[in-house]
Ligand binder design. Structure first.
Ligand code: GDP
Ligand code: IMO
Ligand code: MG
Length: 430
């Protein structure tokens, strides 16, 4: 029996949603384990587009169970909006196919406000967050003052929890000259939606244990990417959760031995939304072209994504950090019309050659990429479903990439559509 964890190996938006949806035909259960509605996962099924933020990408398939684990930060209003939106597209969401961890921490309106206040005050030093309140909510979780799904059960308990968390927030708000956040209206609003949220609430660790003993296959769906991990990413330009595969165990309540294969979703070039170092960024017409052909606009904030060449050094690094067994190479078709394609194989920092990205942001900003150049293939790969049908130069690029990152290319995606995917290694069977 195999369970698979899917993580992004770059700065997010690698195409995790598409691959999770494609692979979930084989899974019984799909689990989100970190992040929140900062994620935007796009699925395209027979021409219909679904943009998921909090709901696991398995939700669109009948007879699959979708789980939001304890490691996810949940904005209850955003969750209810998303459920309503997807229901309007004809997808069923009920207590049988959606489970939300009773221990998941809530994102509340004052978290969103704090995210905005800080970003606005930071000026040039801003992180470029999604302004969804993700950072402040995780801070409250670790600060042990957070409100969790289970706290919605009792009015008395909720009152006490709100008192505690607002004491902290209001001290900061006062210091920043912002108005005090009042408890009563928020409590009333939360109590009015509580039954809608609580109906999905269960002990997720127990459900996963039951599914495991029934021999069900579980797919863990990561959000963001390893370079946005709070420990291993380009700190401080990161998100506030661990995005590495082992977070699937903590964020859902099962041991790391429940994860048998880690698939790293990897774009055939690189993108980043928000601020922070990006050694292979292209601020020229090739970068513009990648953005236009790849439709590189944020799913959540509609911001233009920064684009650049594939960074083999970074992906080789994140593969090691996250224990990635194989990669799913996505958006190969976006490179179709380029006569030359470059891959970063080392950096030069202060005149010294380096084979990894240094940890300090100031050194990262100085890293100059050293490239290997490949011939393009100048023809369409869109919709190709067999490796042998790819143009020779594309096969060569993929083989060289595979050799450089020292990891198997397990699948290749050639369009946004669910089935336009080349299967090389089935992670559930390998
Ligand atoms: P995620 O956050 O990792 O799930 O990725 P996003 O959904 O935010 O961004 C990936 C974008 O690329 C989406 O618009 C997908 O529909 C699209 N996409 C995924 N795979 C491919 C592919 O192989 N080719 C092309 N052209 N687009 C793809
Ligand atoms: P998916 O799951 C790309 C980025 C933000 C910002 C930084 C911190 O769709 O790949 P946050 O709001 O999390 O505090 O912002 O992280 N970011 C993402 N970038 N894809 C995502 O998710 C992201 N989620 C957060 O742009 O730079
Ligand atoms: Mg995304």
């Amino acid at each position: 029996m195999k369970n698979v964890a899917i993580v992004g190996s770059q700065w997010g938006d690698e195409g995790k949603g598409k691959i999770v949806d494609w692979l979930s035909s084989e899974a019984d259960v799909v689990v989100r384990f970190q992040g929140g509605h900062n994620a935007g996962h796009t699925l395209v099924i027979d021409g219909v587009t679904y943009k998921l933020r909090l709901l696991p990408s398995g939700i669109v398939r009948k007879d699959k169970v979708s789980i939001i684990g304890n490691g996810v930060v949940v904005d209850p209003w955003a969750l209810l909006d998303e459920i309503n939106e997807i229901k309007l597209k004809g997808v069923e969401v009920n207590q049988k196919n959606l489970i939300v961890s009773e221990a998941a921490n809530l994102i509340l309106p004052f978290h969103r406000e704090m995210d905005e206040i800080r970003e606005d005050a930071a000026g040039k030093a801003k992180i470029g967050t999604t302004r969804r309140g993700i950072g402040p909510a995780y801070e409250d979780k670790v600060g042990r003052r957070s409100i969790r799904v289970m706290d919605l059960i009792s009015e008395k308990n909720l009152d006490h929890r709100l008192e505690t968390v607002l004491m902290h927030h209001n001290a900061i708000r006062k210091g920043l000259g912002k108005e005090i956040y009042k408890k009563d209206k928020l409590k009333e609003n939360l109590l009015s939606i509580a039954p809608e949220i609580l109906k999905y609430s269960q002990p997720v660790w127990k459900k996963i244990d039951e599914f495991k003993s029934q021999g069900k296959k579980i797919l863990f769906e990561g959000a963001q990417g390893i370079l946005l991990d709070v420990d291993h990413g380009t700190y401080p330009f990161v998100t506030s959760s661990n995005t590495v595969a082992s977070a699937a165990a903590t964020g859902s309540g099962c041991g790391t031995n429940s994860i048998n294969y880690v698939l790293g979703i990897t774009k055939a070039y690189t993108t980043r939304v928000g601020e922070g170092p990006f050694p292979t960024e292209l601020k020229d017409e090739i970068g513009e072209k990648l953005g236009t052909v790849g439709k590189e606009f944020g799913t959540v904030t509609s911001r233009k994504r920064r684009c650049g060449w594939f960074d083999g050094v970074l992906v080789r690094q994140t593969i090691k950090i996250s224990g990635i067994d194989g990669i799913a190479l996505t958006k190969l078709d976006v490179l179709d019309q380029l006569s030359e394609i470059k891959m970063c194989i080392a950096y030069e920092v202060d005149g010294k050659k380096m084979d990894y990205l240094p940890a300090a942001v100031n050194d990262q900003l100085k890293a100059k990429p050293i490239y290997k150049t490949f011939k393009g293939w100048n023809c369409s790969t869109k919709g190709i479903k067999k490796f042998q049908d790819l143009p020779e130069n594309a096969k060569n690029y993929i083989k060289e990439l595979e050799k450089f990152i020292q990891t198997k290319v397990a699948s290749i995606s050639t369009s946004p559509e669910r089935n336009d995917t080349i299967l090389i290694v089935d992670p559930f069977k390998s």
